[in-house]
Structure formats: C-alpha cells, structure tokens
Design a protein around this ligand. Structure first.
Ligand code: UDP
Length: 253
C-alpha cells in the first residue's frame, strides 16, 4: 500500500494526509520530550496509550456536546481527525498550583486555586511557548474577541468534564493543556478541541497518595511513565482490568 503523505512531524505525533479531503491521520509516537525537547526518550507503548486515552476523552466530550476534531480511531497508533486551522495558543487550565505557575507566583505545588484559572501561551517552541495575555492575542490577531469568549467557555467545559471523569476514578486533575482549531463550514467557522488530551498534557495525581500519573514522571525521573499511563487507562476502563502494565502494548483493538 502506498505510504501516506506526511504533513508534519511534531515531538509526539506525526500528521499524515487523510483519506478524504479535510481529514488528517494523527499517528502517536512513543517519543517523550520535556523542557522544550532538552530531555528526550522513547517510552515503549506511550503512543498506544495516548491514542486510546485521547479517543476516550474526545468521545466523552462529544457526548456532552463539546465539539472536537476526533472522527475515529483507526488502529493502535492512529486516529482520523478533521483538519482544522490550529489557533497558535496553548490553553492551560489550572485547578491546583503546579509547575510553571508555582515557580512564577511562588505558590506551593498542590495548593487549590480559588477557582479554575485559564492561561494562554503563544505556541512557539523557539521562544519556549511564552505566557501571553488577552491583549497580546487581540493586538496580534491570533484570535478574535468572539473566539476568546468561545475558547474560555470550551476550556472550562473541558475542565469540568475531565475533572469529573478523573475524580470518579480517584484522580485529581491538577491542570491540563489543550489546543483549539477552527473548522470552516461554508461561510461559518466553528471552534473545536484539537490535538490530543492525554497524560502527556495533563497533571494527574492520585487523590489518596498524591502519586503522579502524568508526564511529570518523565520530567522529574519518578519511575516508569508507561506504568503511570497504564494505571490511568486501567482505572478509566480503557484497558482490560486483567492487563498488567505494559512494555509491549497489548491493548484491545
Ligand atoms: N503543558 C503541555 N505542553 C506544553 C506546556 C505545558 O502539555 O508545552 C501542560 C503540562 O503537562 C501541564 C500544564 O500544561 O499539565 C501546565 O504546564 P506548566 O505551565 O506548569 O509547564 P511545565 O511545568 O510543564 O513546564
């Protein structure tokens, strides 16, 4: 079979042209990077887990009426998504202080915030994805006022959904990052949740023990990343309960 045309290769995913116009195939790699790719490794099975987990979250969001780019999972490592124009912002929602917010504001990691706080970073690896304000976004035309209203409300809906799903399996959603894209339907544009939602882009802590079940395990050398992601997948029922933590992926199809 002819190999698909590669559109883009990022740190954790490759995008290929999809079978129909307006579609893209997202391939989840096993590569893990942190600190703007200064730290790198290949974590066997990570791509399979993230493909599964992202499918699970995107389908759940669609069920509560939050539009996403997800169409269907194709196989262990690939999913078909709608092509969209990515807004050049990383949207971060925080429920508890951690990571860069703790450093920036001197708030101890794990402190509950008075309410969810939404932050925007300009998507540019060469600049280290700097934090920007609504003013920058408006002045540089990265998103309109209407987009910003929609982005805020979508982000908070995703936060409520993910927080609830995680709470139900004994996991605290500390923070997460999403990306949002525009899709055009005739003369109209609509915003959809794009990219991926996985433990690569969330902070997930066990409610009882505080154990980290996300990419901080890799960033901070806290043990096996595959075991952590497998635990999240197992609790959510995304993997059969009998599965042991994987090195060689044994996920159901
Ligand atoms: N995040 C991400 N990609 C990025 C930056 C952050 O997915 O390029 C996620 C990160 O995993 C965490 C949240 O966004 O869940 C907030 O990250 P933070 O700003 O604290 O940055 P970090 O401490 O990870 O550098």
């Amino acid at each position: 079979m002819a190999r698909r045309t590669k559109i883009y290769e990022g740190k954790a995913k490759i995008l290929y042209e999809g079978p129909e116009p307006g579609t893209i195939v997202q391939y989840f790699k096993d590569d893990a990077t942190a600190f703007n790719a200064e730290k790198k490794d290949v974590i066997e099975g990570k791509g399979v887990l993230n493909n599964r987990l992202s499918e699970y979250f995107m389908l759940g969001l669609a069920q509560i009426g939050v539009p996403t780019h997800f169409i269907k999972r194709l196989n262990m490592r690939e999913q078909l998504v709608r092509q969209c124009e990515i807004i050049p912002l990383e949207i971060i929602v925080r429920n508890y202080a951690a990571g860069s917010m703790s450093k920036r504001l001197g708030i101890e990691e794990g402190t509950q915030l008075p309410r969810p706080i939404v932050e925007y970073c300009y998507k540019d690896d060469s600049l280290g994805d700097p934090l920007v304000s609504d003013e920058h976004i408006a002045a540089f035309g990265w998103a309109s006022q209407q987009d910003m209203e929609d982005i805020l409300s979508l982000s908070l809906r995703v936060n409520d959904f993910l927080s609830g799903v995680m709470l139900a399996v004994g996991i605290k959603l500390v923070d997460f990052k999403i990306e949002i894209g525009r899709v055009y339907e005739g003369d109209f544009q609509r915003l959809v949740i794009a990219d991926e939602i996985s433990p690569d882009s969330c902070r997930l802590w066990d409610i009882e023990t505080g154990q980290k079940l996300d990419k901080d395990v890799f960033r901070r050398d806290l043990g096996s990343l595959t075991d952590a992601y497998t635990e999240v997948a197992r609790r959510l029922g995304v993997m059969p309960k009998t599965s042991t933590p994987i090195t060689k992926p044994t996920l159901i199809n």
